[in-house]
Design a protein around this ligand. Sequence first.
Ligand SMILES: [Zn+2]
Length: 182
Amino acid sequence: MRRYRDSEERKQEETLRKKMGLDERACVGRYGYCNAMVFLDEIDHEPKKIIEAAPHDWPKDDPRWPKVCEYCGRAFKDEDKWQVFQQALYQRHTGEIIPLEAAQPGDMWDAWWYPQQWKTAPDGLCLVLELPGGHEWVIDRASDSGAHWTRTGVPPAITVTPSVLVPNGYHGWLRNGVLIDA
Ligand SMILES: [Zn+2]
């Protein structure tokens, strides 16, 4: 697997999103909390700007609002969050235009919006790699054990040491931009 996209598009995707609170970590899905989004529109947006929730109130009686979590099927309640959510679109190496939510294993991007203290590499990037199983590996941030990974090479052809190990999940190596199962 070897993919890379660093070109953030001048387009954003706008969705109607229902989600539970960040502290309700009870979902098997990508975010750890229940979440679902329905596509609304594509809108113009300046690249590399912080994405902010839309200021307008969308009518709650719109039938398109998600009713259940798209990962575990749990029904949303009225007090769960209602969001008109915007997210940047990216171009994959295949030319396909996608939001980061649709990233495939091996996709890599610069998460420039993450905190400055995570950007520990000399080039100042905050590289993230999508791992099999839907886990985002923040390469330039310290691991759960407090240690840092070391990367060499120019993105996307980077080599990272040591290996990445997701608890009860994926274990592998990134060598010359290629993810290799351990
Ligand atoms: Zn869920």
